[in-house]
Design a protein around this ligand. Structure first.
Ligand code: TYD
Length: 138
């Protein structure tokens, strides 16, 4: 997978004076079945999260509140996406290095994942990632 396979996806948005509503469904707005959700919150200023790749996991990341940046690296190119609205998100296929940073105060990052948690799915060493990428193993 390359950066070109990452996509910002706009979600349905029901504007209402009582408050707006958006949603995500399996295999509809996002191209996988959600097996797990987790979220990042209370991130202190200046901190970074991520800093790894997944062998199999696909993810969709939404800024439910506030803003942050997601930098994707396919071993050749890097691209930074700003997420700052709750009606769109970033689809990240497997096999890409990701880092998240520049979290605003009170930001909330919701992550939808295609797999259950498995530490074996992580590649946490950047040199190992580059090797796997250049061998076509990830
Ligand atoms: P990690 O994925 O390393 O966080 P980040 O990518 O933001 O730096 O996860 C941090 C810790 O949380 C790690 O010890 C494992 C645990 N964890 C789970 O138990 N289940 C999960 O679904 C996730 C994402 C993390």
């Amino acid at each position: 997978m390359t950066i070109g396979d990452c996509k910002l996806i706009e979600l349905p948005k029901f504007l209402d004076q009582r408050g707006n509503l958006s949603f995500v469904q399996n295999n509809a707005q996002i191209p996988f079945v959600i097996k797990r959700t987790y979220w990042l919150y209370d991130v202190p200023g200046g901190e970074c999260r991520g800093g790894h790749a997944y062998r199999e996991t696909e993810e969709f990341v939404i800024a439910m509140s506030g803003s942050f940046e997601v930098t994707i690296d396919d071993g050749i190119e890097k691209k930074t996406f700003l997420l700052n609205r709750s009606y769109y998100g970033l689809y990240i296929p497997k096999g890409l290095w990701r880092e998240m940073g520049n979290f605003s105060t009170n930001s909330l990052a919701l992550e939808l994942a295609s797999t259950n948690y498995d530490p074996e799915d992580y590649v946490r060493n950047y040199e190992v990632f580059l090797n796997l990428k250049s061998n076509g193993e990830i």
